[in-house]
Design a protein around this ligand. Sequence first.
Ligand code: AMP
Ligand code: GLY
Length: 423
Amino acid sequence: MKVLIVGSGGREHAIAWKVSQSSKVDKIYCAPGNAGIEEYAECVDIGAMEFDELLAFAKEKEIDLTVIGMDDPLVGGVVDVFEAAGMRVFGPRKNAAFLEGSKAFSKDLMKKYNIPTAAYENFDDPDKAIAYLEKAEFPLVLKADGLALGKGVLICNTLEEAREGVKAIMLDKQFGDAGTQMVVEEFMTGREVSVLSYVDGKTIKTMTSAQDHKRALDGDQGLNTGGMGTFSPSPFYTEEVDEFCKKYVYQATVDAMAAEGREFKGIIFFGLMLTEKGPKVLEYNARFGDPEAQVVLPRMKNDIVEVFEACIDGTLDQIDLQFEDNAAVCVVLASEGYPVAYDKGLVISGLDAFKEKDGYYAFHAGTKKTDKGIVTNGGRVIGITAKGADLKEARANAYDAVKWVDFANKYCRNDIGKAIDEA
Ligand code: AMP
Ligand code: GLY
């Protein structure tokens, strides 16, 4: 089989690595890819939003399966373009990817189908939003409706902050058209857990749990980022939580989407908050998490291509999804200054140490091959993943491997997985 993967981050590197383990696959392409993905795939210089070029390439190379890693092309309808041309593609159609593409839609869906989530109001008029906020109690959360690279969420402690937030999102359009609508949401406290799942339109199979670290600095300080590190499984995702979510969240979401005429095939990523009043959905994503994929996929036992095909064919009920009984930790090596301003083009050393080393992975995100060698090419540069018999061992292994790699402005959080000690 020939597989095309669309995307260029650490998540797509993890997907490419996992696809390369499949006995069904002879050749992998990735558009546009990165320096790490090149180890398993032929990278082609087509952007993830260039749908016509992607389709023409897939046809020319007679690709058997295209896997979309990123949210933007999914929300933009790349799956519809491929399906209309008779190509097999893994991911939700545009009308289903809307689950991630519009927070206002996802909140209304949860309300209509009684899926537990924070109380909220949607606004498309900034004056009405302000009038509502003037009577509200703080803290509150403001969310730009559309895609905003994980940055369109503002936690406001005072009315003054909320006024500035409304201005930033709806008037100054800091997140572009994502801010045409805005959700105002109740502030929740608790542990966050990411549960990723495979969905075939009717059946849902959840993967092992993970926890992300969204803030840039140690102690959950600094700005929100795409994610600075993950561990899997989450010790806080107990059987009781799992049972609750199976009963009220997972299948309910799949059924709700089907009932709305938005059949969902692909990955649903449930961002959960474990509150005192039980688990609640913080957000949905319509794709693998980044860096959740980097800890979940190395622990997955199944041939991922078989699972992707079962999702497309509607036969996921026949798949016995299995994960290793161990743990994994991913520490993201970023460029100092991320997520604001940072240098690129700095030479990366030490990557050879990962070759032939079982249970250790360097999943590239912002990297590029040049005559000088592999250089940094983004804010999040490489995710260092290590497995271990348990979370503590995996964490020690990951921080050990962090030392093998170097570049001039290398920065990472030193407390990824600290929560493990509180479990
Ligand atoms: P989201 O993109 O909706 O997942 O939001 C990004 C991050 O903001 C989440 O991972 C949480 O850490 C935080 N967040 C979002 N919504 C809430 C909420 N209602 N209460 C508290 N924190 C939140
Ligand atoms: N790590 C969170 C996300 O991928 O959205």
